[in-house]
Design a binder for this molecule. Structure first.
Ligand SMILES: Nc1ncnc2c1ncn2[C@@H]1O[C@H](COP(=O)(O)OP(=O)(O)OP(=O)(O)O)[C@@H](O)[C@H]1O
Ligand SMILES: [Mg+2]
Length: 256
């Protein structure tokens, strides 16, 4: 087992009387795809918000390749190479699909300030290379034909893929994806599974929240199960699928 890319250590978060996350700890191995699953309201998105410090934790902390993320601004955490996407896609309105993806490179651009302002050759060359890279990412998710369209004009499932491209454009070490395949057809979901494997094979660690069990079973090296804010199971997909508590949590949710 590789050293952990991400360590979640004792996170607790309460909203009013709701125990959204209750003492959750786990690790995600470097170079793996881990799936975070659980019924609606289990605390999956809240956990992402705690890891990335969108919400302050009541207790606990996350470590990224050993370094504590406690107290760091979300922007700073992203710059360390931990990129996230949102359950409800957050594309920038008034911008094309291509520019939305390009925005992910914002932090890596070398030609700043005067160089860019004067449109010096170095800046122009860099701009061209980034655009080609963004276009290639859109091609990878089957959206290259829409690069000039307003990102907000795309269907929700496609907007979520644009967000994944934007996150990749930042050249992250790890991705946190919140239901990235929601809104995709079965065929698109199968393609998305290949994309996740390709991302992992390029050395990027993934933690993905996903409700589509066949996708999870297909791509995850490791599955982490939350229910009512608590970690109830963790292991290889086949193991977790047989776990009585997991079956109960899902059947219970379906019967409601
Ligand atoms: N900002 C907030 N204010 C108040 N309550 C919140 C907030 N965010 C989450 N909660 C509550 O915390 C609990 C966990 O919510 P969370 O969104 O993390 O679940 P989830 O596992 O992502 O669910 P889903 O599968 O529906 O996305 C729920 O009871 C939810 O209502
Ligand atoms: Mg959620």
């Amino acid at each position: 087992m590789n050293a952990p890319a991400l360590t979640v250590d004792g996170f607790v978060k309460t909203f009013g009387g709701v125990h959204a996350v209750e003492d959750v700890s786990f690790t995600v191995a470097d170079g793996s795809v881990a799936a975070l699953i659980g019924p609606n309201g289990a605390g999956k998105t809240t956990l992402f918000n705690l890891i990335t410090n969108f919400y302050p934790a009541d207790a606990g902390q996350a470590r990224f390749y050993g370094a504590s993320l406690a107290g760091l601004a979300p922007e700073k955490i992203a710059r360390l190479g931990l990129q996230r996407t949102f359950q409800t896609a957050r594309v920038f309105p008034g911008m094309t699909t291509l520019d939305n993806v390009l925005a992910g490179a914002h932090r890596r651009v070398r030609s700043h300030g005067v160089r860019q302002m004067l449109w010096l050759p170095g800046a122009r060359q860099e701009e061209r290379e980034l655009a080609a890279e963004a276009q290639a990412l859109l091609d990878l998710v089957g959206l290259s034909a829409f690069s000039a369209a307003a990102a907000t004009s795309l269907p929700m499932g496609a907007q979520k893929l644009v967000e994944v491209c934007r996150a990749l454009m930042a050249r992250p070490r790890m991705l946190l994806l919140d239901e990235p395949a929601a809104g995709l057809t079965d065929a698109e979901t199968a393609e998305f599974a290949s994309l996740l494997r390709a991302i992992r094979d390029n050395g990027i660690t993934i933690l993905v929240v996903e409700h589509n069990m066949s996708l999870v079973m297909d791509v995850a090296d490791d599955v982490i199960v939350l229910d009512l804010g608590r970690l109830i199971a963790r292991g290889a997909p086949a193991e977790v699928q047989r776990d009585a508590r997991v079956v109960e949590a899902y059947l219970g949710a379906q019967m409601e």
